[in-house]
Design a protein around this ligand. Sequence first.
Ligand code: GLN
Ligand code: ZN
Length: 759
Amino acid sequence: MTLAHTLGFPRIGARRELKFALESYWNGETSKQALEETARTLRLKYWQQQAEAGLDVVTVGDFTYYDQVLDASARLGVVPERFDWAGGDVDLDTYFRMARGRAPSGPSAAACTMTKWFDTNYHYLVPELSADQRFELARTDLEEQVTEAKQAGFTPKPVLLGPLTWLWLARPVGDFDRLTLLEPLLDAYAEQLNRLADLGVDWVQIDEPALVLDLPQAWKSAYEQAYHRLKATPVKLLLATYFGALEDNITLTCELPVAGIHIDAVSAPDELIQVADWLPSHKVLSVGLINGRNIWRTDLDAALATLEPIKAKMGDRLWVAPSCSLLHVPVDLNQETELDGELRSWLSFAVQKLDEVVLLKRGLDDNLDEASRQALKDAATAAASRLRSPRLRHPEVRRRIEDSERLSLDRAEPFAVRRDRQQQRLNLPRFPTTTIGSFPQTRDIRQVRRDYRQGRLDAADYERRIEAEIQATVAAQEALGLDVLVHGEAERNDMVEYFGEQLDGFAFTRFGWVQSYGSRCVKPPVLFGDVSRPEPMTVRWTQYAAAQTDKPMKGMLTGPVTILNWSFVRDDQPRSDTARQLALALRDEVLDLEAAGIGIIQIDEAALREGLPLRRRHWPAYLDWAIGAFRLAASGAASETQIHTHMCYSQFNDIIESIADMDADVITIETSRSDMRLLQAFQRFEYPNDIGPGVYDIHSPNTPNVEQIIDLLEKARRVIPAERLWVNPDCGLKTRRWEEVKPALEAMVSAAKVMRQRV
Ligand code: GLN
Ligand code: ZN
């Protein structure tokens, strides 16, 4: 028999029940018992769903109150000193203080850093290690959940984050090699596995996605050391890899002394045969052929055809699963009653993916009943209907794409020439001041958008309200003395959704929430078909804003790569093709803004970096088409039009050449928290165009003072010539309040004025 399982299930709840339970606990509205009760109910429901779908085991330990990496750290007793943890059990509030800096009880302290989980949009909390770090099992939640599952009649397969992936993701505080901590860490893991064995656990899934990364030799050896050590424990380990190909780690992984491995055959289809060939004959192979990262229904016939030869070879040692945890897809398609039937028939969310896994199992075991046979047929019909659908391919878009080969990706003239022309037109002072685009999204303005969306406000009233907001935002910027103004983005709910809603080729779900971090979720648009722009998307509001002032108005667009990276994207053509379609639509928008008299246009690429492949050798190909898409969007602009871009992260060292290749006239970046050190990358590379290093951190409610900003600008001036520096915050201001924004920008403008006196 083929064993069916999942590497993990979404924990947030079909209606985001966990989010609301967490937030009301944090706000002091409900008790800890109530939160724990909700969590228990949700877990039981998820196990129920897995069992009812027909999975052979249920996954335990994928549930978390905040983040699975933080769970691993807390269980190991890895609590940074600032949280005043006295040892013993890490209680829930200490756990929340690590995650968020505060909790209903216990002193507040700076939260742990958050960063992206591999190449996903999920964020984990970075473990912090001291050189003399000790490990002691400090939470029993996993054991309790195993017991809970058993008592409810399920067969639990606990999941643990593997020791080496956890260690790889951890940050050493101080100057030491993390691997020096491996031995004591393995003691703790062995103890944890023993405890699970004591509960009668048979299989443990141990997640080691770090095996799909470029690993230094010392880490590869550490893998051998670690799993030889853990081999002695009385449980069977299923070592799970996902998110990419094993490549140079393939033999290493196949030969680790574990009872089985899981591979992601969606992102690395070519390795499947190789792994099946190389895997020692006593080991289990779990194959992930149902995409855990995207929402398209699987062509199960094709999947079965892929699996059958493997089944013939492996027999009962073949397991089937989604490619990775289902954490990265929305929960249940059945809730999407407003999607049109055809589109819906193309999709599969977490609950549906469980069914897909089970159908594969039944197909492989020749155990298809009438209903399963019908389901397989439906899946094949749906897959074929999507690929054939005229909704996916628009001849006109296709033609334009072909024609676009003739378009130059270069602006008409080099930067030095453009710069003079732009300066003649804009006549900006030195150290020009600007903002990144959004201004505070007040409760009031959110309400206006909601009322309009739900039909309580008609179009005319809505437009009046947005105009009033724009007018006030422009007036505020004039009063502050900013040089380049923006309209403030009051009409935008989200920087990707806003554009998706106006482009053809996108669909939107009602409940398609995916956890981003903690209780925060995002609802990525579904990019299913050829992208085109029926009409201008931003011209109306930008033009209105421009008419309210004599100062230059900057138009605000989200770039093609960011729209792509923050959507669920069609899989029937390369992502690069889809990026090109988005770029053409944005190119039209740039030209329309320009024709409407807008002299400065910003094309945000907030998510460009996070699209980087996990393996370095794939970087050049990605950067080539991603930067190409940006250039295609921008290159139609006349020399007099100033193109800005914005990126809100602070790692540029390794991609600075590509950033320079974008050839934006001005780039605004996040730097205030790095004390301008990040500019060194730009200096070393002799980055030629203008730069606006963020001079204050918008994520903090603290108001910067004039001296601090001057100090940062002085540092900036030492590495970048003064005439190429802009002055702006780190990112958009939408999450801040006006009371915070006004004094901060006032200080910023004053600092710029002081700097002008000094040159
Ligand atoms: N223009 C957007 C804003 O100001 C940019 C946001 C971002 O980079 N994340 O909100
Ligand atoms: Zn930003």
